[in-house]
Ligand binder design. Structure first.
Ligand SMILES: [Zn+2]
Length: 260
């Protein structure tokens, strides 16, 4: 039951994130929801505004101008819903009445972080740009949350330093050719969210994932070696994996060596 509610909430949050992504690109404010068609500005019916389901009910088109909506909208809504559910299952005990205040606070921290991660993920995938306007606030929010949740401030600062420093170094050495300034900010967010030493794991996972996916894209002739890759997208995937399963991955990795 709780899972179903979380899922529905996730669909609505995803719907909001779609609006944010759209307006962020156009540098508009996003205080008002998607109540008009983005293309013909026609006022939409309430039944056109149901996240995820409206897209299929309308056949992916505006009821009035027949403009095709991007499949991005239902995909982001589904992705957000599934991510919130995964975090909920991870943080809150199966009997939710046993959950402590700290666990609810941790849930809020991770849900906010996931919303930011999805924003960065889609924005970079779509526009090859880091949504700079949201990354620094995301880092600040995660930092404060983690302090309140009892993370050691020095370890947190170390994680921020390593996350941002890792990209700053590459930025300086390559004179901005390998990575963009935005990646330095993402590194800072990764540190503030994951803490030490999880930020290291996230970096390793991001690079592994990025290499594997790039190789497949190149082999499939979808990309060339010289093409740009949406690097922020890989970073957010690595961060999400480290956030959810960091300790399990580290334990599994060390067990591999203990076994031999
Ligand atoms: Zn329309």
């Amino acid at each position: 039951m709780e899972i179903a509610l979380v899922f529905i909430f996730g669909l609505f949050l995803g719907s909001f994130l779609n609006v944010v992504i759209f307006r962020l690109r156009r540098e508009e404010t996003f205080v008002r929801g998607r109540s008009k068609c983005l293309f013909c500005s026609h006022q939409l019916h309430p039944q056109d505004l149901v996240p995820f389901f409206s897209y299929f009910y309308l056949g992916g088109k505006c009821r009035y101008c027949k403009h095709k909506f991007s499949a991005q909208y239902p995909m982001v809504e589904l992705l957000t819903a599934l991510s919130l559910v995964l975090v909920f299952i991870k943080v809150i005990p199966s009997d939710i009445y046993q959950a402590t205040y700290m666990q609810w606070l941790a849930l809020l921290n991770w849900w906010v972080a996931v919303a930011f991660l999805i924003l960065i993920f889609v924005y970079d995938l779509k526009y090859y740009l880091v949504a700079d306007a949201v990354v620094l606030p995301a880092a600040a929010i995660a930092f404060v949350f983690n302090l309140v949740l009892g993370m050691d401030i020095w370890k947190l600062l170390l994680a921020c330093l390593v996350g941002a420093g890792f990209f700053l170094l590459q930025f300086v050495v390559s004179k901005g050719k390998w990575i963009g300034e935005g990646d330095i900010r993402i590194g800072l967010f990764m540190g503030a969210l994951l803490g030490w030493p999880n930020v290291l794991l996230a970096l390793v996972l991001s690079y592994t994932l990025g290499s594997v996916i790039s190789i497949f894209l190149i082999l499939g002739n979808k990309k060339k070696w010289t093409d740009r890759v949406p690097f922020g997208t890989f970073l957010t995937m690595g961060t999400f994996a480290a956030l959810l399963y960091g300790s399990e991955i580290i334990r599994w990795y060390f067990n591999l060596f203990l076994f031999y």
